[in-house]
Ligand binder design. Structure first.
Ligand code: ZN
Length: 319
């Protein structure tokens, strides 16, 4: 091979290498440039999650994360704090000291728009979004200050007027709807609109086969079915006073001087365990029953608002 041809081969080889280098680096550069700049600054995972999780404030779904947003390890440490606080947070309600917020976990999940365990990072992340939406520091930790705001919100959704119902506002509920099959007529009175809403809600619960409720074939619960039956509805001021005399040491809100049951719009509904006992162990049984979980998700559609502290107590207070 002559020196001239050798030189040509060398030049050709160098040109090939140069072309490859350009292709490799040129393309990489191109693909980076075509990516939206926003992706390089925002964790992709977070964007996908915000779109998947229904949150209380839909505006937040569209809003971009800001400097306030936590990173993954900060959410992990918030989740660790939540794991401890759900059992141990000391707070007070109704003149009694309370421990933890695990009994309110289903209602909290409903409020912050997620369905997951409290020790999960996703819970801390959803809580942080909610905290931000209500002007709280978005640290993702369910501390005493956050719980106080949550409780205030729940309480504000309850019946405002607690005057005694007039006789013409009440009707006697069917014995088929009551937990105690021997409950007398005067103790089965319910405010009319409340009763109609309750009937609709029961129809929907029966139709939801995952609850496995026994029905009588007429859109009512079967005689042998206990879940979702009415334990107590309208209570007159006189009747309530008699109950207080009968059990003077009862601290139950059910025997309150200013009871929402006077209105006929408050229903105690059977959700499991002892029907109306506030013992923590009893409430833990109740909040884990499928009917209670169902009420948390669906009662609002029928105008019923929870009293967070008593899983059985629901008030008809449509928007
Ligand atoms: Zn009640």
């Amino acid at each position: 091979m002559s020196a001239k041809i050798k030189k040509l081969v060398w030049i050709f080889g160098l040109a090939l290498i140069a072309a490859n280098v350009f292709l490799i680096f040129g393309c990489k550069h191109q693909s980076e440039r075509t990516l939206p700049i926003v992706i390089t600054n925002i964790p992709v995972k977070k964007i996908q999650k915000s779109e998947e999780i229904p949150v209380a404030n839909s505006n937040l779904v569209q809003s971009n994360p800001t400097k306030n947003d936590l990173n993954k390890s900060e959410f992990s440490s918030a989740a660790l704090r939540n794991t401890a606080l759900k059992q141990n947070l000391g707070w007070a309600f109704g003149g009694k000291s309370q421990k933890g917020w695990y009994l309110y976990h289903p209602l909290i999940c409903r409020l912050i728009g997620i369905e997951t365990e409290a020790d999960n990072n996703d819970f801390a992340e959803a809580l942080a979004r909610w905290q931000k939406s209500v002007g709280l520091p978005p640290h993702g930790i369910l501390d005493e200050a956050t719980l106080a705001v949550i409780v205030t919100m729940w309480q504000s959704n309850r019946l405002k007027k607690r005057g005694e119902a007039q006789p013409n506002e009440l009707q006697i509920g069917s014995i088929a709807d009551f937990y105690d099959v021997s409950r007398p007529d005067e103790l089965r009175q319910v405010e009319r609109e409340t009763y109609a809403a309750y009937k609709k809600m029961i129809m929907a619960a029966i139709a939801d086969k995952s609850l496995n409720l026994a029905d009588n074939g007429k859109d009512e619960l079967a005689p042998g079915e206990k879940f979702l039956k009415i334990v107590s509805a309208f209570r007159s001021k006189n009747y309530q006073a008699q109950l207080r005399i009968a059990s003077p040491n009862s601290g139950r809100a059910g025997l309150a001087v200013n009871s929402p049951h006077f209105t006929g719009r408050a229903l105690d509904i059977y959700v499991g365990g002892e029907p109306v006992s506030t013992q923590d162990g009893n409430r833990l049984v109740q909040i884990n029953t499928p009917v209670y979980r169902w009420l948390v998700k669906n009662a609002g559609k029928f105008g019923f608002k929870p009293y967070f502290y008593e899983p059985w107590h629901w008030e008809y207070a449509p928007e």
